[in-house]
Write a protein that binds this ligand. Structure first.
Ligand code: IMP
Length: 198
């Protein structure tokens, strides 16, 4: 089986190849000049499906897309699907982190739980669709720790490791991340589908 993956991000493409390759699933990225897909859904699931449908429709091949973000308990799931852009299109990741920490100034320890969420969708040319979700539970610190990773990594503390995603080795983060969990679940779902001979 050959899949097109709706991303230009080399790290993500490699992660998907590493997980799906051993299952005999060939993964190729979308062409460089693929037009921007408008993510106007109201959930991670909808946005991932919107992207996967657009790529499947354009290429005629099974297509995979993912959508991810941070959901903070004390902020009713905010920033959620708006994680990349809620503070404006030109803000840096560090500015977003500081703005988020400001919103949480009054939130005491013990109520600072959050999840990184990743939903992967796969859409097939015959119209079949599947989505799987991967989550990673943690807490939001009061200031940034570590300089690794990207986005909200420096303020997201993983209790099992007692440090932030920004302080973890990239390989360790990649092994336990919401994205790894979603893609691993996708691999299992696709293997089941292949074994059923569909
Ligand atoms: P996308 O699904 O790649 O568009 O990611 C949406 C946004 O969620 C990113 O721009 C980040 O702000 C945030 N995000 C998703 N995954 C991670 C992660 O592993 N670490 C830090 N931030 C993340």
């Amino acid at each position: 089986m050959k899949l097109v993956f709706a991303s230009h991000n080399k790290g993500k493409i490699q992660e998907v190849k590493d997980i799906l390759g051993p299952l005999g699933i060939e993964v190729e990225p979308i062409p460089e000049d693929f037009p921007e897909i408008e993510e106007n859904g109201t959930s991670f699931e909808e946005n991932a499906k919107i992207k996967a449908r657009a790529v499947c429709h354009a290429t005629g091949l099974p297509a995979v897309a993912d959508d991810s973000g941070l959901t903070v308990d004390a902020l009713d799931g905010f920033p959620g699907i708006h994680s990349a852009r809620w503070a404006g299109p030109d803000t840096t990741a560090q500015e977003r982190n500081l703005l988020l920490l400001e919103k949480m100034l009054a939130v005491p320890d013990g109520q600072r739980g959050a999840d990184f969420v990743c939903v992967a969708a796969c859409v097939f040319p015959d119209g079949q669709e599947m989505t799987v979700r991967g989550q990673c539970r943690g807490t939001i610190l009061h200031e940034e720790h570590g300089t690794g990773g990207f986005g909200y990594d420096p303020i997201f503390c993983v209790p099992e490791f007692g440090c932030t995603f920004g302080e973890l080795e990239q390989e360790v983060k990649n092994a336990i991340s919401h994205r790894a969990r979603a893609f691993t679940a996708l691999g299992s779902a696709l293997r089941t589908k292949l074994e059923e001979g569909e």
